[in-house]
Design a protein around this ligand. Structure first.
Ligand code: ATP
Ligand code: MG
Length: 336
């Protein structure tokens, strides 16, 4: 969850009355302050036996705050939950860090309400996004890392693992290795949600930072190279169903997810992204059909079972030349 200092409050000029604007502004601020107050834990850095480590310690009343947050998520139909019990959070936070980053980094012993892990190299993608130093390499590395993580088995879900709070402030990029790594496992997806939907939600949460904050010429190429690197078409197809702006109470959390950026801008950009994903779906369907029609059928008609006659191969090559490549278009006219 991004801290308050990074949140920029937009101004609007589409004819809404001053009173309306002030009320919306006040509501958004109240929501921001309320959400910010839900700081379940505090994070600090230390040096332990020569190792730079990060200590994440649960604050007082964190269980009550978590329960309050979970009540809000439930009544707003938002499929995530804070870990309420400290020991449950500790186990999940340590296990996920170990599972994802244990190849080179360690979870260290720590006190009852604390998790202590190695400090990972690099900056968060949120820092790069807000400083204008975000690159395609970082987004592609994150797409690959998220895909890798989603393919890991999780006993907790009885299926593929998912993050639940895959915002850019929870992804660190190491320039030296070109590797992206995830942190912050305070939130978990509702376990009744199928893996494909949980995975699509992780893509959505990450993309909301890009859509909300990235400049007009960059947000779409950034979003596409992330999705391209992620590459799981089934999850991307599911994402298509999750791109609508929520109504009702869920807008508060949506505000947090989009740093209270102009809703109209976010809506326009998500509509554009949806368009492309839909078209990509069509691309793939056409390409699959083209491929299917090319496949030498082992169930050929009575004429001559087995490998197709040479002629058809030529036809197949011509068809291949014509068929659109199922790749995610990487260069597209950017829109505001
Ligand atoms: N293992 C780590 N290595 C390097 N930096 C870390 C690590 N863990 C946390 N951080 C830094 O501390 C920040 C906050 O940590 P974390 O996200 O786990 O806590 P949080 O309570 O969710 O905070 P926030 O609300 O800012 O997300 C991260 O955005 C990151 O900049
Ligand atoms: Mg975080």
């Amino acid at each position: 969850m991004k801290s308050n200092r990074e949140r920029k409050m937009p101004t609007r000029d589409n004819g809404t009355s001053l009173a309306e604007r002030l009320i919306t502004q006040a509501l958004a601020d109240a929501a921001a302050t309320f959400v910010d107050s839900i700081k379940l834990s505090s994070v600090s850095e230390r040096v332990r036996r020569g190792r730079r480590v990060v200590l994440k310690r649960r604050n007082a009343y964190s269980e009550q705050l978590a329960d309050l947050g979970n009540l809000y998520f439930r009544i707003s139909n938002i499929p995530i939950r804070f870990w309420s019990k400290v020991e449950d959070w500790r186990r999940w936070e340590a296990d996920c860090f170990q599972m994802l980053n244990g190849d080179r980094f360690r979870v260290l012993a720590s006190g009852a309400k604390t998790v202590c892990v190695d400090k990972l190299p690099g900056k968060t993608l949120w820092e790069h996004l807000t400083r204008g130093t975000l690159t395609r390499q970082m987004l592609e590395a994150t797409g690959r890392e998220l895909r890798r993580a989603h393919q890991l088995w999780s006993d907790e879900f009885g299926g593929g693992w998912s993050h639940g709070d895959a915002t850019m402030s929870n992804v660190l990029y190491d320039e030296k290795t070109g590797r992206a790594r995830m942190i912050d496992f305070e939130i978990i997806h509702d376990k009744s949600v199928p893996a494909t939907s949980r995975h699509a939600d992780d893509l959505l949460v990450f993309l909301l930072d890009v859509v909300a904050i990235a400049p007009s010429r960059q947000w779409l190429p950034f979003a596409l190279c992330f999705l391209n690197a992620y590459g799981d078409t089934e999850v991307i197809a599911e994402l298509e169903n999750q791109l609508a702006v929520p109504s009702g109470l869920a807008w508060i959390w949506w505000g947090v997810r989009t740093s209270f950026a102009k809703p109209a801008k976010v809506k326009r950009r998500l509509a554009k992204l949806q368009d492309i994903i839909v078209n990509l779906g069509h691309y793939r369907a056409v390409a699959a059909r083209a491929r299917k029609s090319r496949r030498p059928s082992i169930t050929c008609q009575e004429m001559s079972p087995g490998m197709p006659r040479p002629i058809s191969r030529a036809r197949a090559t011509r068809a291949r030349a014509k068929a659109p490549s199922p790749e995610m278009p990487s260069r597209l006219p950017t829109t505001r």
